[in-house]
Design a protein around this ligand. Structure first.
Ligand SMILES: [Zn+2]
Length: 214
């Protein structure tokens, strides 16, 4: 068996040595390009965390958790920022009906009741934070907040925000807005493109209030 494998390799190398010699070089170039691209856009992902221990909510899109198996300086009650969404920030002066406070209450409730909280697509965030997709008993926490109208979808750096509009819209909406038209006709676009198309932020769901912050 070993003998036949060896002879096959030898004969391949003999018949097309230049192809074999060139292939690893191509691989290395591709890998280097991928690595450079990943670090250039600062979106390197790290290992998943399968079962983190919830420690408390900061606001709707940020909470504290301890990550078993990670070194303590990183994993002990670290701030976790939910990937790809942005909630309104909370302030002491706001009452409980403020959407930022409602987002915080929803996240608190969901994480309090969770059996298993896991982190996927884990990234290093600013200010000693972990940024990750958060799964609560298999369900996406960010998706829950967006569906509830307490968060807007954004890209991984929260530099571009996404809204919804139908072909004849005068306004752009959150996905959850009942004023946004039939769901099958809703088209996802960036706020910049919506504004460029002379659409305005919906009076009811007001996506603009979610833009900015961290
Ligand atoms: Zn709306």
């Amino acid at each position: 068996m070993t003998g036949s494998l060896n002879s096959r390799c030898t004969s391949t190398r003999r018949s097309s040595g230049h192809v074999i010699a060139r292939t690893p070089l191509v691989c290395i170039v591709v890998i280097l390009a991928l690595l450079t691209g990943a670090s250039g856009s600062d979106l390197r992902t790290y290992e998943d965390a399968d079962s983190v221990v919830f420690k408390g909510v900061w606001d709707g899109d940020t909470f504290y958790a301890t990550i078993p198996g990670w070194t303590k300086i990183i994993g002990d009650s670290i701030k976790i920022r939910v990937l790809d969404i942005n909630c309104l920030k909370t302030a002491p002066s706001q009452d409980s009906t403020h959407p930022g406070k409602q987002a915080k209450a929803l996240t608190q409730k969901v994480l309090d009741r969770a059996k298993v909280i896991s982190l996927k697509e884990t990234q290093r965030g600013e200010s000693f934070r972990v940024v990750a997709k958060v799964l609560v008993d298999g369900e996406d926490l960010g998706g829950m907040l967006v569906d509830s109208g307490f968060a807007i979808e954004c890209d991984q750096k929260c530099s571009r925000f996404f809204v919804y509009a139908t072909p004849n819209s005068k306004a752009y909406h959150l996905i959850s807005c009942s004023q946004g038209g039939e769901s099958q006709n809703k088209k996802r676009l960036t706020i910049e493109d919506a504004r460029g198309g002379n659409l305005e932020s919906c009076y009811y769901c007001n996506p603009d209030r979610f833009v900015g912050g961290d």
